[in-house]
Design a binder for this molecule. Structure first.
Ligand code: CP
Length: 304
């Protein structure tokens, strides 16, 4: 646990002790099985601030709020006073003064959540919905829930990760959680992104070739190639799937009962083939569905 982080925010997965993360997973399972969500305090004071595009995170937070009977306000950064150069700290102070008590924040700047809190007086809490290339805690938690649903050997599993590891907030959060819950065999297949990784990125993980990483793996994770974060492509994208991505040939190297994850959005034919994305091993849509239950369990903690 990060000792400097207040427990009442969720900005990185390290903010909370494992016991609290386990309790959240357990509550998410109960809600998925039909438990009634606890009613919110009135007024709930929830605002969603999205300064980057999103489909599944944004809508699953909205759906979770709706299941609790809460109607969040929405601040689309592109039509807010942020475009008039208002600082994040002043935006946070303004949201708090209006009466909001919880912000769900997606932002493309590392440190945005802490910057938003810098101007507040302790009445506003933040849940990250993905920040820059650094952190996406609710995605990590929904990935962990999905894996726990399907991998009875967990944490004695081999995890292989393919794609743009240099820019993946999902991989940072998901693999940190996997390590925290006891996974020891984490294999990175960064391919042409190897040169863009820092030496200290993903401590404890091996860096391997793509075929070697896939060999006898239990869990295969494909990551989107985040072209919006590059100035130059590291590889001819027409050849990326065959050379480094998750295709049927590479999946066949893994264990017969291997599972396939992808956080979405998918770039089909780039980092993952249609056959793998839609095949029997794929849990992509189960990840999306689990996102609602993780976010509902979180809202209960913050709003009930
Ligand atoms: N996985 C994820 O964060 O997807 P969105 O960008 O659609 O929210």
């Amino acid at each position: 646990m990060n000792p400097t982080a207040p427990i009442d925010h969720l900005i990185t997965v390290e903010d909370w002790p494992p016991s609290r993360l386990e309790a959240l997973l357990s509550r998410a399972r109960a809600l998925r099985s039909g438990a009634s969500p606890r009613p919110p305090h009135t007024p709930a004071g929830l605002v969603h601030v999205f300064a980057e595009p999103s489909t599944r995170t944004r809508l699953s937070f909205e759906r979770a709020a709706g299941l609790m009977g809460v109607r969040p306000s929405h601040l689309d950064a592109a039509s807010s006073s942020l475009v008039k150069r208002e600082s994040l700290a002043d935006t946070g102070a303004t949201l708090e003064a209006i009466g909001y008590r919880l912000v769900v924040l997606r932002h493309n700047v590392s440190g945005a959540a802490r910057a938003l809190l810098a101007g507040t007086r302790g009445h506003l809490r933040v849940v990250s919905a993905g920040e820059a290339d650094r952190t996406h805690p609710t995605q990590g938690l929904l990935d962990l829930l999905t894996v726990l649903d399907h991998c009875p050997r967990f944490p004695d599993v081999s995890v292989a990760v393919f794609g743009d590891l240099a820019h993946s907030r999902v991989a940072r959060s998901t693999l940190t959680l996997f390590s925290l819950f006891g996974v020891r065999d984490i294999r990175l297949a960064p391919g042409p992104f190897l040169d863009r990784l820092e030496p200290h990125d993903y401590p404890g993980a091996q860096r391997l070739g793509s075929d070697e990483a896939a060999s006898n793996a239990d869990i295969l994770i494909a990551l989107r190639l985040q072209q919006e974060r590059w100035s130059t492509p590291p590889h001819n994208l027409d050849h990326y799937l065959e050379d480094h991505g998750l295709n049927e040939r590479r999946l066949a190297l893994a264990r017969p009962d291997a599972i396939v994850l992808h956080p979405g959005p998918l770039n089909r034919g780039v980092e993952i083939s249609d056959a793998v994305a839609d095949g029997a091993h794929s849990l992509v849509l189960q990840q999306v569905a689990n996102g609602v239950w993780i976010r509902l369990a979180l809202f209960e903690l913050f709003l009930s």
